[in-house]
Design a protein around this ligand. Structure first.
Ligand code: C2E
Ligand code: CA
Ligand code: CA
Ligand code: CA
Length: 278
C-alpha cells in the first residue's frame, strides 16, 4: 500500500462513492416520505429534581423508510434542511407534538413537550402560522409546547431572532436554548433572548463527575440560569453519579439514557405515570 496507510486511494474512493450513493438513495426515499406516513416522533423523558417527577420530554424525529431500515436523524435532517422539506416536516412535527401534549393533558398528565427547530424552519416566514395552527388544532395549553432553538439559528440576524422569540412567547409557548455552552455566543448576546430554559449540552455533562473545567462550566450556566430565573435541563445524563452531581450543582432537570431513551408516546406516558405513583 502506498505510504503504508491502512487504506489504498482506490478503497478510499470506493468508500466515498458508496457514501454518496447512500446519500442519493436517502434523498430519493425522502420524496413523499411525509405523505406516506414514514415519520414518527419519539419522546425522551425529562426528570425534575425538586418534585422527582417526569415533567416534560423532548420530541425527536424518527424516519423508517420501508426496505432501508430506521435512519438516524444525523443522516436525514441535513438532507431535509438542504431540500427545504424540513419546513413541511417541521410543521407536521409541531402539530403532532402539540396533539400529543394535548392528549396527555386530557389524560391528567401535564407534560411539557420540547420540539427542535432547524435554521431553515426558523427563517421561514410561515413558522409563526405553523405554531398558531398547531396550538389551535390541538387546544393544548401553549406553555406546554417548548421550542428548542440553537445559537446557530439566531446568529445571523439577532434583532430578527429576538423579535420572533417575542412573538412566540406572546402566543404563550416556551422557548429553550438548546446545546447551550458549545457555541461562541457571548453572555451579553444570550442575555437578550427571552427564554424559559437553558439546555446544558451533553459535552459538559459527560465529564461533570471527573473534570474540574466541565464542573465549573455547569456551575456557571446554573448561576446564569438562576439570575435569569430560567430552568436548566442537563442533556445526555447516562449514569447516577452524573445525575447526583448535576442535582448538587443546582441543575433543575435531567434528560438522558439514565432516565429513559427516546420512546413512543405510550411508553413515555407509562413511565411518567410510574414516577407519579412512586
Ligand atoms: P438534540 O436536539 O441535541 O437531541 C438530543 C440527542 O441526544 C438525541 O439524538 C438523543 O437521542 C440523544 N441523547 C439523549 N440522551 C442521550 C444520552 O444519554 N447519551 C447519548 N449519547 N445521547 C443521548 P437524536 O434523536 O439522534 O437526534 C439528533 C439531533 O437531530 C438532535 O439533537 C436534533 O438536533 C436533531 N433532531 C431530532 N429531531 C428533530 C426534529 O424534529 N427537528 C429538527 N429540526 N431536528 C431534529
Ligand atoms: Ca434538542
Ligand atoms: Ca441538545
Ligand atoms: Ca447536541
Amino acid at each position: 500500500r502506498a505510504l503504508g496507510l491502512p487504506w489504498s486511494v482506490a478503497e478510499l474512493e470506493t468508500a466515498d462513492v458508496r457514501e454518496r450513493q447512500r446519500q442519493l438513495q436517502l434523498e430519493q426515499a425522502l420524496h413523499g416520505a411525509l405523505e406516506r406516513g414514514e415519520f414518527a416522533l419519539h419522546y425522551q423523558p425529562q426528570l425534575d429534581f425538586a418534585s422527582g417527577r417526569i415533567v416534560g420530554c423532548e420530541a425527536l424525529l424518527r424516519w423508517h423508510p420501508p426496505g432501508l431500515g430506521p435512519v438516524p436523524p444525523v443522516q436525514f435532517i441535513g438532507l431535509l434542511e438542504e431540500s427545504g422539506q424540513i419546513v413541511e416536516v417541521g410543521a407536521w412535527a409541531l402539530r403532532e407534538a402539540a396533539r400529543q401534549a394535548a392528549a396527555w393533558e386530557r389524560a391528567g398528565l401535564p407534560l411539557r413537550v420540547g420540539i427542535n427547530l432547524s435554521p431553515r424552519q426558523f427563517l421561514n416566514p410561515q413558522l409563526p402560522r405553523h405554531i398558531e395552527q398547531a396550538l389551535q388544532a390541538s387546544g393544548v395549553t401553549p406553555a406546554r409546547l417548548e421550542l428548542e432553538i440553537t445559537e446557530s439559528l439566531t446568529m445571523h440576524d439577532v434583532e430578527h431572532a429576538i423579535a420572533l422569540l417575542r412573538r412566540f412567547r406572546a402566543l404563550g409557548v416556551s422557548v429553550a436554548l438548546d446545546d447551550f455552552g458549545v457555541g461562541h455566543s457571548s453572555l451579553a448576546y444570550v442575555l437578550q433572548f427571552p427564554i424559559d430554559a437553558l439546555k446544558i449540552d451533553r459535552a459538559f455533562v459527560t465529564h461533570v463527575t471527573r473534570g474540574r473545567t466541565d464542573r465549573a462550566i455547569v456551575r456557571a450556566i446554573v448561576a446564569l440560569a438562576q439570575a435569569l430565573g430560567v430552568e436548566t435541563i442537563a442533556e445526555g445524563v447516562e449514569n447516577q453519579r452524573q445525575c447526583d452531581f448535576l442535582e448538587a450543582l443546582g441543575v433543575t432537570q435531567a434528560q438522558g439514557y439514565l432516565i429513559g431513551r427516546p420512546m413512543p408516546a405510550a411508553a413515555l406516558q407509562e413511565l411518567a405515570t410510574q414516577y407519579r405513583r412512586a
